[in-house]
Write a protein that binds this ligand. Sequence first.
Ligand SMILES: Cc1cc2nc3c(=O)[nH]c(=O)nc-3n(C[C@H](O)[C@H](O)[C@H](O)COP(=O)(O)OP(=O)(O)OC[C@H]3O[C@@H](n4cnc5c(N)ncnc54)[C@H](O)[C@@H]3O)c2cc1C
Length: 510
Amino acid sequence: MVLTAELQQQLSQYLTLLEKEVVLKACLGEDPASQEVKSFLEEVVALSGKLSLTSADLKLKPSFTIDRKDYDSGICFAGLPLGHEFESFVLALLQVGGRAPKISPEQKARIEGLKQTCHFETFVSLSCHNCPDVVQALNIISLLNPNISHSMIEGGSFKDLADKYQVMAVPTIFLDGKEWASGRQNLDQILDLLSPQEKPTYQVDEPYDCLVIGGGPAGASAAIYTARKGLKVALVAKSFGGQVNETLGIENMIGQIYTEGPKLMQQIRAHVEHYPIDLIENVTVSSLEVEDEKVKVSLGEQGYLTSKTLIVATGAHWRLINVPGEKEFKAKGISYCPHCDGPLFKDKPVVVIGGGNSGIEAALDMANLASSVTVLEYADHLKADAVLLERLREKSNVTIVTKANTTAIEGQGKVQSLTYVDRDSQESHTIKADGVFILVGLVPNTDFVKNCLTLNDKGEIIVDERGQSNQERIFAAGDCTNSTYKQIVISMGSGATAALSAHDYLMRQG
Ligand SMILES: Cc1cc2nc3c(=O)[nH]c(=O)nc-3n(C[C@H](O)[C@H](O)[C@H](O)COP(=O)(O)OP(=O)(O)OC[C@H]3O[C@@H](n4cnc5c(N)ncnc54)[C@H](O)[C@@H]3O)c2cc1C
């Protein structure tokens, strides 16, 4: 059995929603991987009378398409769509089977308006929580536009192809055989890449009562609190979800013993959408200007918004180490997401830079996959929690080097080695590495507020206990501020504080 009893039960419930007959067309061989896909498809088909299985000649083996009797959807899965991709498979089945994808009329019109003929291939790993967004978006585009087709390729089953395409990070999208994009992308971001001329623009002169910048836990909490006060609110975000979307297991979200980042942010999105909040996504704020009775927020080429009060909740991003090779080899061996890219380095030597909690968690993950793991820490000791270090010491394929100053990451087309200098002896060492995971802390996303808000020496916005910045109309919350601790519940709390303060400010203005 490929499907567990639990998955079978869940799937058979979903399959009752099928409205039309769906045909799975499979290209299979005698090899074990093909036989596993065959068993999987047979188990799926047995769950609904609306499903049937036939054979087909497709580019990749094992792979299968999901079509209607009278319509080829263009959707193909190469390898087994289990793990995080099981949801993509179920959604594809339902959408091909007549359930309309949950997208806006504007998104539907943009997809149907695409004129170009494209074949996309997305390399994924089943442990990647960023990959399903891309797979599901491209599947919807394929289904709704007959000029476009999409194959999900499970990198672990197609190692030779992944090596040929030099895939070193997932998700990586290829368009007609050429690398097109990598990293998490949602439907709007993919549509913006496909038809940049149709990016939405904004010219909002009638100010909102409160504008929140940031779609992480701080921004979402601030938007919900201000909306519940009856204010006219917008939330603008580069990408809804923030760092939480990058987090697999969360065990300190009070009230939930265990949850996962993308799931939590889906629940938070539903909570935001429950209120009349203008959710403006895939838009980057480039600067702020404080005017007499409002703040003008520039969205670069995409226009501007205005608001009587502003809450900045833009969080933080991974710190770069700024050495030669770091930019050049991004997604070519350098990774910031061990959960996503780890499986691509199976049986290969890797380096983890950073001996804090994130670095040591990555080293523990990779010790089970890679042939060897070298942890490089700049300081003279590792800073991770004792419990993690204890587990790390049990791993026989991990080497720890402290007082190591990384000076370069080298390779040809992809990472091949890394050089560091021992800070005591000043000796230079070069180690062979196919993958380098850089986990050396976070930097606040505050460059765009520098001209009008006071920052501390770490670049964090200085706020008081009410979340108030040095500007009377501007408040801030979460990881972009000088709060001592950076955690989800702390961000939510500070978002609520900033929201109540913004409301209080407006009440006093009358
Ligand atoms: C790998 C990892 C694991 C973690 N694990 C945990 C954990 O288990 N438990 C826990 O409590 N915390 C954990 N954290 C910390 C937690 O995720 C953060 O404290 C929290 O997400 C901060 O929330 P935030 O809303 O302030 O910022 P973020 O989550 O960073 O969100 C920032 C938002 O602002 C948007 N944005 C940024 N710049 C702009 C701009 N110029 N214009 C428009 N939008 C912009 C972003 O797109 C995003 O939507 C973890 C963090 C990481 C990286």
